[in-house]
Design a protein around this ligand. Structure first.
Ligand SMILES: [Ca+2]
Ligand SMILES: [Ca+2]
Length: 186
């Protein structure tokens, strides 16, 4: 229902045409992306490397590996992000989507009392033995809007804005805007 409404809305925007050089049908197409995003309040920076897959020419599944810095965290998180986007299939291709992100980081902590040879050096609980443990975790869910600009049949530039609801609480939510470079495989 929502999808239909969106498609109808997009189709009514006269400025969006299937321009020359546009390859047309993206159905079952796969590609990869690289880019980043940031937010100002709280301060967030993310870098991502991902892939996209069009199940229909107007619907894409997106996944990426993310390195994220957040003002309310001690250290960077490594994580995964997934989203689904409903897109107007054109050379200029606006979209709306929903997604989720999850990430964590780890630190070393002392491990000389747990009866385990944590570092595999043949000595159990020797002085100074350490192990890596999860230090911080954060997840978000987000609605997003954006637009793809297909530069030619292979390359696209994507601008998006997403409001992330964070598991850390409402004061850690952030409005991130990003730029991604995409490449479509044959
Ligand atoms: Ca040891
Ligand atoms: Ca130990």
């Amino acid at each position: 229902m929502l999808l239909k409404w969106l498609m109808i809305s997009f189709c009514c925007i006269p400025a969006l045409s299937h321009g020359q050089g546009w390859h047309g049908d993206l159905d079952m197409s796969v590609g990869m992306t690289a880019g980043g995003y940031r937010a100002k309040q709280p301060e967030v920076q993310g870098a991502e490397l991902g892939a996209f897959f069009y199940t229909e020419e107007y619907l894409s599944l997106n996944g990426s590996l993310v390195i994220l810095g957040h003002e309310h965290l001690d250290d960077l998180l490594a994580g995964l992000s997934f989203s689904i986007r409903a897109e107007y299939p054109g050379r200029i291709s606006p979209f709306v989507g929903v997604g989720a992100f999850g990430g964590y980081n780890r630190i070393f902590e002392p491990a000389f009392w747990d009866g385990i040879d944590n570092n595999g050096n043949g000595f159990v609980d020797e002085m100074g033995e350490r192990k890596k443990v999860v230090h911080e975790m954060m997840g978000t869910i987000y609605p997003e809007v954006g637009v793809h600009l297909w530069l030619n049949k292979k390359f696209r530039l994507t601008f998006n804005a997403a409001y992330h609801y964070s598991t850390l609480g409402r004061d850690s939510d952030y409005f991130g805007y990003g730029v991604n470079f995409g490449y479509l495989f044959d």
